[in-house]
Ligand binder design. Sequence first.
Ligand SMILES: Cc1ncc(COP(=O)(O)O)c(C=O)c1O
Length: 375
Amino acid sequence: MKLFDVYPLNDVTIVKAVGSYVWDDKGTKYLDLYGGHAVISIGHTNPHWVKRIEDQMHLISFYSNSIKIPLQQELADKLGKVSGKEDYQLFLCNSGAEANENALKLASFYNGRKKIIAFKKAFHGRTSLAVAATDNPSIVAPVNETTNVLFLPFNDETALQRTFAQHEIAAVIVEGIQGVGGINVAADSFLQTIRSLCDQHNAVYIADSVQCGYGRSGLFYSHDFAGVDADIYTMAKGMGNGFPIGAIAIAPKFAAKHFMLGTTFGGNHLACAAALAVLEVMEQEQLMSNATEIGEYLMTVLRTFPNIVEVRGKGLMIGIELPESKKHVKNNLLHKHHIFTGEAKPNVIRLLPALNITKAEADLFLKAIKIELEA
Ligand SMILES: Cc1ncc(COP(=O)(O)O)c(C=O)c1O
């Protein structure tokens, strides 16, 4: 059997990882500023995380959601505390797409409506409704096509107001910082307008925090910068530091009914142990402050470098837009300097490192990219 060939691959085989470093099968060491696509939040193979999962594995790894799993409540309590949303309710699932799919369903169950507002360049995942709300027709199969999703320009408050006046809206789904779209930061006033329009029209504000959440921006949810609460926050990626887990945090006004949502694997013992370990390390090592500090340092220095169109982002979610003449820089960083970064089309380098990256590690990157930009 061969693999279904859906990913263009870098010719690198990683066999070992510690903190912000990974090693290939030839022993070459790489600095990882990509974090396996924003997933590695507390560093690769973090010892507390390894131990928590290992200890749990010796007790029990999985049983179905038909029994009590106290680890789920422990996780809900901890997440409520660290995120500052203690009165929200937690539903656990396995991935970002699943989190968004459940959030959109819950919104529609709540107000009985069908129309969803999403934004240009948005990415929300690959399941049927999540992909329909993703602005990339090439990954939308004919069966996923729907007239229920309205795409508006990002950060355009007038378009929002006009659309709310014309349609009965079930939900608005928005990334606080667009990731796949190229690191575009939502304006505070844009998110505030979404909040007030949803309030006026009984629509649901869904904050897709799958990539921009979990402390990466320096606040727990990047939407928090706007100073208003969303009705539902969706999360995954950094939540398990590589152990698959996703979730939605649901405002108190939503009442649960048995079987309205459900999952086999979501909230299993091992996933909860992994997610608890992440929050414990984030709290103990004050990783959100580190994200703010190192992120500001990186962006301040990058803005002094030549041949950059724009540096965008918050905390450790940073986009470096390069001119066409510098589009080879990402490849050179990997092959010449052994530094992994992410990308967004057409020419944006995306930095999504572990939240405990050090200043010395940031300096290694700055030195390498400066050489490439000046070359
Ligand atoms: C903002 C956002 N939402 C949702 C997803 C989908 O997450 P997953 O790949 O875990 O389904 C992604 C993945 O990149 C994302 O960046």
